[in-house]
Design a protein. Structure first.
Length: 393
């Protein structure tokens, strides 16, 4: 079965023409990661297909999750197994395959035009980006993670008085070859931070305390609120698109402090500074849609949660399209580690969009031309515009 025919089977909404549009669309994934190298153990696979960072939590959930049910339905046939194969059979078969072999089977049918890769999370464990691009048949661009860059600067032997300039120099170098920047301030202190840019004196004082702690044997993980605000503002000041993780994520964050509405003052302050992309947003997708409507530089996606809501992801997609202007919604998968998450990110998105937009067209709430325009915008054109990406050859 060809990739397009397979995607057409996935896009099963009530309007055939909408299904065809979504089956044929190529996707710009504006936030994702590479995959692990080689073969995996069953515990490693269970952890990678879970958003928790606790092996015990992944083991306790086992295969009884939306994302695992979706993998057994959509990934299994591409790996030579029946749809809905028992989980034990899927896992036994899966761990006998190298991740690269699985990627060669799953990534091309995902239909990616371009992948924007966050290289800041455990990149040393993952496949080289050139090889990932070849397996996916997609172009690759990179996203710089601000906190990780600051931590590398801190390990370089810099002194407190020189930290700010050293970070700016490193950021200028990294940003020159990247299409965007990312902050995980939500994980470190939450989004209810003081939105003001810290003073130069504050940065020196707090950098000194951080560097002394590192010298005394503490880790380099950046959790100082002042320095986190400093790197965030330095990133914004480049004018590059700035991704900010909001909402759902692993237990390293406190979800109640990750509502994007908490960013309102920061968004007001950066309105003429840079595009801000609210990543993933669940369960705050409606709040994020409000912000995208209110502020000219704010964009949203619901990428990460599409995989983890599985068969229920159509509702999530519908809610993301309630208030947000359609020029402000982007596609992402936030896949990491295993190619199942890349494929499901694409196919569950296509399926949900086909059901939501197809119903609107079938009811004559929208014209087919309206649906076609929104599909083009959300699948690729919005990302190309925001990140300054070229049109496909």
């Amino acid at each position: 079965m060809s990739s397009e025919i397979t995607r057409l089977a996935v896009a099963d909404g009530p309007h055939p023409a909408v299904n065809e549009l979504l089956a044929g669309a190529t996707l710009v994934d504006h936030h994702t990661h590479s995959i692990a190298r080689g073969t995996l153990t069953q515990p490693a696979f269970r952890l990678m297909i879970s958003e928790s960072d606790r092996q015990a939590a992944a083991d306790a959930a086992g295969p009884d999750t939306q994302v695992m049910f979706a993998a057994r339905r959509w990934c299994a046939p591409l790996l030579g197994l029946p749809a809905h194969v028992p989980a034990e059979t899927y896992l036994e078969h899966r761990i006998g395959l190298a991740n690269e072999e699985v990627a060669a089977r799953l990534l091309p049918p995902a239909g990616f035009e371009r992948l924007l890769i966050d290289t800041g999370y455990r990149a040393e464990e993952l496949l080289d980006l050139g090889q990932l691009g070849r397996l996916a048949g997609a172009s690759i661009d990179t996203i710089v993670r601000l906190e990780g860059l600051a931590e590398r600067v801190a390990r370089s032997g810099v002194e407190a008085a020189g930290f700010a300039n050293a970070f700016r120099t490193a950021l200028e170098h990294e940003a020159a070859t990247a299409v965007g920047l990312k902050s995980i301030i939500a994980y470190r202190v939450g989004l209810d931070f003081d939105p003001a840019r810290p003073s130069a004196g504050e940065v020196v004082d707090h950098a000194g305390a951080w560097l002394r702690a590192i010298e005394s044997g503490a880790g380099t993980r950046l959790v100082d609120p002042v320095l986190l605000r400093f790197v965030l503002w330095e990133g914004a000041s480049t004018g590059k698109p700035l991704q900010i993780h909001t909402g759902y994520g692993d237990p390293d964050l406190d979800l109640h402090r990750c509502d994007p509405l908490l960013l309102s003052d920061f968004l007001r302050a950066t309105e003429r500074t840079c595009p801000v992309l609210l990543l993933h947003t669940y369960p705050f997708q409606r709040q994020a849609g409000y912000l995208a409507q209110m502020y000219p530089h704010v964009f949203i996606d619901v990428g990460l949660a599409i995989n983890y809501t599985g068969a229920q992801s159509s509702q999530l997609i519908a809610e993301s399209l309630e208030l947000a202007p359609f020029t402000k919604v982007l596609f992402s998968s936030d896949a990491w580690g295993i190619p199942e998450l890349h494929l499901l990110g694409s196919w569950l998105f296509r399926r949900g969009m086909a059901r939501v937009l197809g119903a609107w067209v079938a009811r004559d709430d929208w014209s087919l031309a309206d649906a076609e325009r929104v599909i083009r915008l959300v699948c690729a054109e919005n990302a190309r515009r925001v990140y300054g990406l070229p049109e496909p050859a």
